[in-house]
Design a binder for this molecule. Sequence first.
Ligand code: FES
Length: 114
Amino acid sequence: MIPPDAPELNINQIEAGTFSDFPKGSSKIIRMGRIPVIVLRKKNGDFKALEATCTHLDCTVQFKTDTEQIWCACHNGFYDVEGRNISGPPPRPLGQFNVTLKDDKVIITKQELA
Ligand code: FES
């Protein structure tokens, strides 16, 4: 049996939304092919995009606006807003993506392509 073509699995760039979709302190999880990506806007207005899969046991992480940290509810793992693992069981930082603002659009790109 031959699996169907799935060109969306090789996506290297995706539009996360418009600038106004991301007020300061907000976040959104999108998918780049099979990879969930958390796109967030810090309180200072900067954007960040990180792989949303925890490096411990693959749960989906979330952004805690109040402390500007990334949290994994499965085993209480924490990452800083740059994706560095700072407490709990996660053994590695989260993968990084590039964020580009083009016109009014927030564009997420795999880092090796930027
Ligand atoms: S899966 Fe995230 S802390 Fe365990």
